[in-house]
Ligand binder design. Structure first.
Ligand code: HEM
Length: 69
Protein backbone atom coordinates (compact mmCIF):
# COMPACT_ATOMS: atom_id res chain seq x y z
CA UNK A 1 0.00 0.00 0.00
CA UNK A 2 1.50 3.38 -0.96
CA UNK A 3 2.44 5.92 1.75
CA UNK A 4 -0.40 8.23 0.69
CA UNK A 5 -2.94 5.52 1.60
CA UNK A 6 -1.45 5.27 5.09
CA UNK A 7 -1.42 9.06 5.46
CA UNK A 8 -5.15 9.16 4.71
CA UNK A 9 -5.91 6.09 6.87
CA UNK A 10 -8.33 7.76 9.29
CA UNK A 11 -10.09 9.62 6.48
CA UNK A 12 -10.52 6.36 4.56
CA UNK A 13 -11.51 4.07 7.43
CA UNK A 14 -13.26 6.43 9.88
CA UNK A 15 -14.18 9.36 7.65
CA UNK A 16 -15.77 7.70 4.62
CA UNK A 17 -13.38 9.33 2.13
CA UNK A 18 -14.07 6.57 -0.42
CA UNK A 19 -17.81 6.33 0.02
CA UNK A 20 -18.33 7.45 -3.59
CA UNK A 21 -16.27 4.40 -4.68
CA UNK A 22 -18.28 2.04 -2.48
CA UNK A 23 -16.39 1.86 0.83
CA UNK A 24 -18.59 2.60 3.80
CA UNK A 25 -17.79 5.00 6.65
CA UNK A 26 -16.73 2.71 9.50
CA UNK A 27 -16.55 5.65 11.92
CA UNK A 28 -20.35 5.96 12.03
CA UNK A 29 -23.03 3.77 13.58
CA UNK A 30 -24.16 1.29 10.92
CA UNK A 31 -27.61 0.24 9.83
CA UNK A 32 -26.65 -3.38 10.56
CA UNK A 33 -26.57 -4.06 14.32
CA UNK A 34 -23.86 -6.71 13.95
CA UNK A 35 -21.47 -4.09 12.57
CA UNK A 36 -20.17 -1.78 15.32
CA UNK A 37 -18.59 1.56 14.51
CA UNK A 38 -14.81 1.48 14.69
CA UNK A 39 -12.85 3.58 17.17
CA UNK A 40 -9.51 5.27 16.49
CA UNK A 41 -7.90 2.47 18.49
CA UNK A 42 -9.59 -0.09 16.18
CA UNK A 43 -8.31 1.81 13.13
CA UNK A 44 -4.80 1.86 14.62
CA UNK A 45 -4.95 -1.86 15.37
CA UNK A 46 -6.11 -2.68 11.82
CA UNK A 47 -3.38 -0.49 10.34
CA UNK A 48 -0.75 -2.21 12.52
CA UNK A 49 -2.06 -5.56 11.24
CA UNK A 50 -1.88 -4.40 7.60
CA UNK A 51 1.70 -3.16 8.10
CA UNK A 52 2.74 -6.42 9.81
CA UNK A 53 1.24 -8.49 6.97
CA UNK A 54 2.99 -6.30 4.40
CA UNK A 55 6.37 -6.88 6.06
CA UNK A 56 5.66 -10.60 6.19
CA UNK A 57 4.86 -10.68 2.45
CA UNK A 58 7.94 -8.56 1.68
CA UNK A 59 10.28 -10.83 3.65
CA UNK A 60 8.81 -13.93 2.02
CA UNK A 61 9.28 -12.39 -1.43
CA UNK A 62 12.95 -11.80 -0.58
CA UNK A 63 13.38 -15.34 0.73
CA UNK A 64 14.58 -13.99 4.10
CA UNK A 65 15.45 -16.69 6.65
CA UNK A 66 13.61 -14.62 9.28
CA UNK A 67 10.33 -14.85 7.38
CA UNK A 68 7.43 -16.33 9.29
CA UNK A 69 4.38 -18.01 7.82
C1 HEM B 1 -11.86 -2.30 8.31
C2 HEM B 1 -11.98 -2.67 7.04
C3 HEM B 1 -11.39 -1.85 5.91
C4 HEM B 1 -10.24 -1.14 5.85
C5 HEM B 1 -9.20 -0.97 6.95
C6 HEM B 1 -10.14 -0.56 4.53
C7 HEM B 1 -9.09 0.24 4.08
C8 HEM B 1 -8.99 0.76 2.81
C9 HEM B 1 -7.86 1.51 2.31
C10 HEM B 1 -6.62 1.88 3.12
C11 HEM B 1 -8.13 1.84 1.03
C12 HEM B 1 -7.21 2.60 0.08
C13 HEM B 1 -7.51 4.06 0.15
C14 HEM B 1 -6.47 4.87 -0.61
O1 HEM B 1 -5.56 4.33 -1.21
O2 HEM B 1 -6.55 6.10 -0.52
C15 HEM B 1 -9.43 1.30 0.69
C16 HEM B 1 -10.04 1.40 -0.53
C17 HEM B 1 -11.28 0.88 -0.84
N1 HEM B 1 -12.10 0.15 -0.03
FE1 HEM B 1 -11.69 -0.33 1.89
N2 HEM B 1 -11.25 -0.93 3.81
C18 HEM B 1 -12.03 -1.72 4.61
C19 HEM B 1 -13.22 -2.30 4.27
C20 HEM B 1 -13.87 -2.16 3.05
C21 HEM B 1 -15.11 -2.78 2.71
C22 HEM B 1 -15.94 -3.68 3.64
C23 HEM B 1 -15.40 -2.40 1.45
C24 HEM B 1 -16.56 -2.77 0.58
C25 HEM B 1 -17.77 -2.99 1.05
C26 HEM B 1 -14.34 -1.54 1.00
C27 HEM B 1 -14.26 -0.95 -0.23
C28 HEM B 1 -13.22 -0.21 -0.72
C29 HEM B 1 -13.13 0.32 -2.05
C30 HEM B 1 -14.17 0.15 -3.15
C31 HEM B 1 -11.92 1.00 -2.13
C32 HEM B 1 -11.33 1.67 -3.36
C33 HEM B 1 -11.63 3.10 -3.36
C34 HEM B 1 -11.06 3.73 -4.63
O3 HEM B 1 -10.80 3.03 -5.59
O4 HEM B 1 -10.86 4.93 -4.61
N3 HEM B 1 -13.43 -1.42 2.00
N4 HEM B 1 -9.92 0.64 1.80
Amino acid sequence: MPPASHESWYATVLGGAHQAQGMMNFGLDQQFPEIERLTMQDADDIQAYVIAESWKAYRQSKGSPGATQ
